[in-house]
Design a protein around this ligand. Sequence first.
Ligand SMILES: Nc1ncnc2c1ncn2[C@@H]1O[C@H](COP(=O)(O)OP(=O)(O)OP(=O)(O)O)[C@@H](O)[C@H]1O
Length: 182
Amino acid sequence: MSIVITGNPGVGKHTVAEKIAHRLGLPIIDINKIAKESGLFEENKDVNDIDTEKLKKILVGKISDNFLIVGHLAPYVLDKSQVKIVIVLRRSPYDLITVYKNRKYSDKKIKDNTGSEILGIIAHDAINRFEEKTVQIDMTGKTIEENEENVISIISTNKRNENVDWLDLVTKNNDLQKFFSD
Ligand SMILES: Nc1ncnc2c1ncn2[C@@H]1O[C@H](COP(=O)(O)OP(=O)(O)OP(=O)(O)O)[C@@H](O)[C@H]1O
């Protein structure tokens, strides 16, 4: 069964996954790459508009062994029986704004993605789908090496969920309008 690394765009999934894959000797399966190669991303459309049922079927044929599976779509295209553990990487929306601006995302795309992270949508959907196999970790303010060690430790000991509540932080900072207004 495979290990899954998921979370919103820009939280650091690929950065961590490459290091973990190397350490554990696991091949990486990149869900977005497979979706692209299968022609499931329509040009100029949001990545979430892809046909997840089709992608799910394509993945079944590829995930027969132990892999490190990476992608924000994991909760929508994988089943609990296919996975050993699902690690949801979380990152402060304040840090994500910087990542998205560097990527030249539009204002709408920045708000969509930071809003999704603040509300914890991927974490919520992962817990719904994978239940006790889901673990969240907060990447904020740690080095890439520290995050790598945290993920390795979670995989080997199989636990320690972190409580992440960006909504509380954003509300306390009086920034709800910054993230959620039109
Ligand atoms: N611990 C960290 N501290 C600081 N920056 C980091 C850390 N981890 C990753 N980054 C940086 O954050 C950015 C996003 O990382 P990465 O591309 O791995 O995210 P991702 O979740 O795989 O994104 P996507 O799903 O869009 O491919 C990169 O510029 C990366 O160098």
